[in-house]
Design a binder for this molecule. Sequence first.
Ligand code: FAD
Length: 354
Amino acid sequence: MSEGYRLAEGASLAGRNTFRVPARAELLADVSDPWALPTLLEQPWARFLPLLVLGEGSNLLLAGDVPGLTLCLTRARIERVEETADDALVAADAGVNWNDLVHWTLGRGLCGFENLALIPGTVGASPIQNIGAYGVEVGEFVDSVQAFDRETFRLREFEREDCRFGYRDSVFKRDADQYIITEVRFRLPKQRPVRIDYAGVGDELAAMGVAGAPTHRQVAEAISRLRTRKLPNPAVLGNAGSFFKNPVVDAALAAALKAEHPGLPVFPGASPASAKLSAAWLIEQAGWKGHRDGDAGVATQHALVLVNHGQATGAELLALARKVAASVQQRFGVALEPEPRIIGARFSTAEPAA
Ligand SMILES: Cc1cc2nc3c(=O)[nH]c(=O)nc-3n(C[C@H](O)[C@H](O)[C@H](O)COP(=O)(O)OP(=O)(O)OC[C@H]3O[C@@H](n4cnc5c(N)ncnc54)[C@H](O)[C@@H]3O)c2cc1C
């Protein structure tokens, strides 16, 4: 144990990924003090090793053992650093569990995160793919992100505009592992209209007996209940949430597909020339919902979720994902892209299944 970090060779990552697939890290570093990062990473043996930054492993698929250095930031402090009559600035360490932060803020009269309740993972990973749910994305509330830059070996501050947030995207996702996020600062309002227009939220509040205007905490509770019902719990059935992003296609292709398949849900794209399609619908129509190849399967509740029924390996789950994407491509001419990061393999439907 060196100051600020602990190293382990050949450490098992089976309990550190929500797919619960077996894999080992060649070298695992649990870093309890982000200020130890320069000392650790500037060591000659560490400088040129491949690096994986790992949070709770809820948005990645380990296709095999992980070479080089796997790094986890474990410090988990939350602090209110500034407050006005209207809002507060909250700083949270990368190692804070996301849902703990949601409840910490709601418990202190700050709102905004209620629709993001119960998303698995860490605060450090939240800006990576700009986590979002029920019509809200975290990027809206990010004030700044502090990250260690592996190129310059310095801590760097990103203002919100520098993060270039998009749909499940940010500058950090595009340059994976260049930046090790150590802390995120969020500006959260004390008042804000609740967003309950998303499918099922109003009904869930009614089922909870909430009459009239719900509080932000009640919205968080309704969304947690909905999520618990709709998505398999990774503690029971290994998964990484939605495995494919909703594909963004040319508006003309979306219109042609809609004419041929009137049931296809089509959402507006970022510009009038594009449209977003429901990946779940495409996969279900291609006949994959509930399918199993051994212990690698497509969830019965939700066609977008791949699941590990017990002993599936990352390579087996990846092979199934490729088959699903290839069949959607063949049937609808639409390419599906995985949402989780695939570690140790490339995702391509052109490649033979592993
Ligand atoms: C059941 C379930 C439901 C889900 N629902 C949603 C949802 O509704 N919306 C949504 O957006 N996501 C959802 N996800 C995906 C996941 O929860 C988020 O992407 C989450 O932010 C991942 O956090 P993590 O700590 O597990 O990151 P990991 O899976 O460990 O890592 C994900 C990526 O972030 C990088 N990373 C992690 N920490 C850092 C850091 N400190 N610095 C730099 N890079 C880092 C990793 O290298 C990797 O590229 C769901 C997942 C599951 C299992």
